[in-house]
Write a protein that binds this ligand. Structure first.
Ligand SMILES: Nc1ncnc2c1ncn2[C@@H]1O[C@H](COP(=O)(O)OP(=O)(O)OP(=O)(O)O)[C@@H](O)[C@H]1O
Ligand code: SF4
Ligand SMILES: [Mg+2]
Length: 361
């Protein structure tokens, strides 16, 4: 089924045509290289002088494959939302490259930027604040058509919005209701319908279920999975909850202080993590089985997360890492596969001494 009977790749402008070619499943749809987003820190009222920068995203590289779900995890403040906003072109990148279907998009403006924005949409965390309380659901979901009237001409909009309500499991007759008349889970369905309105190929979900009750979270996750199959979507799924990320993701990237420190398939990351930070994060995930819980060796991280305005030299995790050695302060570890790793441990990890926990070198 397609939304409103059109193909997700329907290109109507020359700019859109440039991005209309199909990417085979398993090939990169988004290629991110050395991406930087620094927020300047200034001093002075009249004559603002830059005294430093918050390095929110500081050299992130990864691919998002066609049709996959890439989970992104990491502590609060590590740069997940900033990364999402830069990929969406809501914030300009300080440096680095973002290619969508092989075309550089990080410096686009005007019609070309508009064409890309249509294909990359976002679902936000808080369905209570991200929907305008004074607009009807129909106006909220249909608002993107004001910017892209070619997707649903004026006369077709009501039907297009009702189709979207149906697709996300809401009664199409609710089109004239206001956000406060819906529950949290229903509001997130409205947010998802809005994200689908322009028939995007990529949806970046930033903590899409964190504000919802546990019982409702599963329903929204199931909906996202079902929509991915129906519309051939690629997802970047940002979340704090490692169990949810494992459930929904094909691959998982772990961020720490503006960097990607480990990336691999869900099995590689959850069962064969080689970066000490990932191992610490995973050791804190609640285990339902009491017997397994007893044998679990929890890693308690000491020390605060350093400021992204002044990250440690070399490896950024070294101030909290129990494996840190002299080399860690001097050399910045690349995100790469280390020679000595084998089996499922052979995946990208930014640690000089990468190794599974039972196999520490
Ligand atoms: N507009 C901004 N100006 C200055 N600093 C910013 C801005 N936006 C984000 N930051 C800083 O950048 C860093 C990364 O923030 P970001 O919101 O991306 O983290 P996050 O991983 O999404 O955190 P959370 O899990 O809490 O949502 C933080 O130190 C934050 O304070
Ligand atoms: S490079 Fe050193 S400090 Fe960084 S994670 Fe590896 S062992 Fe720890
Ligand atoms: Mg965030």
């Amino acid at each position: 089924m397609t939304v409103n009977g059109a193909t997700p790749l329907g290109a109507t402008t020359p700019e859109e045509a440039a991005f209309a070619q199909d990417v085979p499943r398993g090939e990169p749809i988004l290629e991110v290289r050395d991406l930087l987003k620094h927020f300047p820190l200034t001093k002075g009222v009249l004559f603002k002088k830059q005294v430093g920068a918050v390095k929110a995203v500081d050299g992130v590289s990864f691919d998002l494959m066609q049709g996959e779900t890439l989970g992104i995890v990491g502590e609060s403040g590590c740069g997940k939302s900033t990364l999402a906003k830069v990929l969406m072109n809501l914030e300009p990148a300080t440096a680095g490259s973002v290619k969508y279907k092989g075309e550089e998009i990080s410096h686009l403006s005007g019609a070309a930027l508009k064409a890309v924005r249509r294909n990359i949409q976002m679902v936000f965390q808080d369905p209570y604040t991200s929907l305008n309380p004074r607009m009807t659901v129909g106006d909220i979901i249909g608002e993107p058509y004001e910017i892209h009237p070619e997707v649903a001409p004026k006369g077709d909009r009501r039907k297009a919005v009702q189709d979207l309500l149906d697709v996300v499991g809401l009664n199409p007759e609710y089109i004239n209701r206001y956000p406060h008349q819906f529950s949290g889970g229903q509001r997130q369905r409205i947010g998802i319908a809005r994200g689908l309105a322009l028939k995007p190929e990529i949806i970046i979900c930033d903590e899409p279920v964190s504000a919802l009750d546990v019982s409702v979270q599963a329903q929204v996750i199931n909906l996202l999975e079902q929509l991915q199959g129906e519309f051939n979507l690629s997802y970047m799924f940002i979340a704090h909850d490692l169990s949810i990320v494992r459930h929904i993701s094909d691959r998982v990237g772990v961020m720490y202080l503006g960097r990607m420190v480990e990336i691999g398939t869900d099995l590689e990351i959850y069962e064969h993590a080689t970066h000490p930070y990932t191992q610490a994060l995973l050791s804190a995930v609640p285990v339902p089985d009491p017997a397994a819980r007893e044998h679990r060796d929890r890693i308690v991280l000491t020390g605060d997360v350093p400021s992204p305005a002044n990250p440690p030299s070399g490896c950024r995790f070294r101030t909290r890492c129990w494996k840190a050695q002299e080399k860690c302060a001097k050399e910045d570890p690349a995100l790469t596969v280390r020679d000595w790793l084998d089996g499922r441990a052979r995946h990208d990890s930014a640690c000089h001494f990468a190794g599974e926990r039972e196999n520490l070198i």
